[in-house]
Design a protein around this ligand. Structure first.
Ligand code: PEP
Length: 264
């Protein structure tokens, strides 16, 4: 049974004080919610303060990006070691905004995933097609290519935290299906559209790794998730949670999305 996972991607929003305020509000309202895992990914500048604000709560911390080397002369970059040092458990990799604005290729995504896994960070790897690709009926082709190139050279062993035979061992990989045309546009994939792609992703994961591993990897949906569509999306068999952008910036809307995942 895959426990639902809801991740709030705050992107380049909020001052440190605003981030702490949001984290404190969330901490209060979700303290009694069981059966769901919650992660917030503030901007790098607020990670240290949010870490303190959520201490002792059931909220986990994630980073929005990382560099693939552990240290060195890479001005402006943030290493996996620095992220670990701030108690981040998760890191988002390959978000479509990074692929588009910073020209992150599948090869770069692959290096970043390897760096995350090497440092025992849980990688949330984003894949998704553009509107043009969907209209040209190339969705599955794009997903397959992004997934296979992104995960090239990564073995089952790299994915597992702890003993491979221990059922409590955690998998360090989560996939987020985020159709580019649905991110920040208010236009979401229908639950059936999302579930179809998620089913295909799981099939690919079982080819890349094996069926057992694939059945334990969470596949999140992202793209204009909000209160009005979250319950319906979350009730699909292959949707294990959500990566939420805009609606995670307000405690009320994010809490309601988390609540809808608890009820599935
Ligand atoms: C995202 O940032 O990953 C995202 C899905 O954004 P939004 O929820 O605003 O569409």
């Amino acid at each position: 049974m895959r426990k639902p996972l809801i991740v709030g991607n705050w992107k380049m929003n909020n001052s440190t004080a605003e981030s702490v305020d949001l984290a404190e509000k969330l901490k209060k309202v979700i303290k009694d919610m069981a059966g769901v895992e919650v992660v917030v990914a503030p901007p790098f500048t607020a990670l240290g303060s949010v870490r303190k604000a959520i201490k002792g709560s059931n909220i986990k911390l994630g980073a929005q990006n990382l560099f693939w080397e552990d240290k060195g002369a890479y001005t402006g970059e943030v290493s996996p070691l620095m992220i670990r040092d701030l108690d981040c458990e998760y890191v988002i990799i390959g978000h479509s905004e990074r692929r588009e604005y910073f020209k992150e290729s599948d090869e770069i995504v692959n290096k970043k995933i390897k760096a995350a896994l090497r440092n025992k960070l849980k990688a949330i790897v984003c894949v998704g097609e553009s509107l043009k690709e969907r209209e040209e009926d190339k969705t599955m082709q794009v997903i397959e290519s992004q997934l296979k190139k992104g995960l090239e050279g990564i073995s089952t062993l790299n994915l597992i935290q702890g003993e491979i035979r221990n059922p409590k061992s955690e998998i360090l990989l989560t996939i987020a299906y985020e159709p580019v045309w649905a991110i920040g546009t208010g236009r979401n994939a229908t639950p059936a559209q999302a579930n179809e792609v998620h089913t295909y992703i799981r099939k690919l994961l079982s080819q890349i790794f094996n069926e057992d591993i694939a059945s334990n990897i969470k596949i999140l949906y992202g793209g204009s998730v909000k209160l009005s569509n979250s319950a319906e999306l979350m009730s699909e068999k292959e949707i294990d949670g959500a990566l939420v952008g805009g609606a995670s910036l307000e405690a009320e809307s994010f809490t309601e999305i988390i609540r809808s995942a608890c009820m599935v």
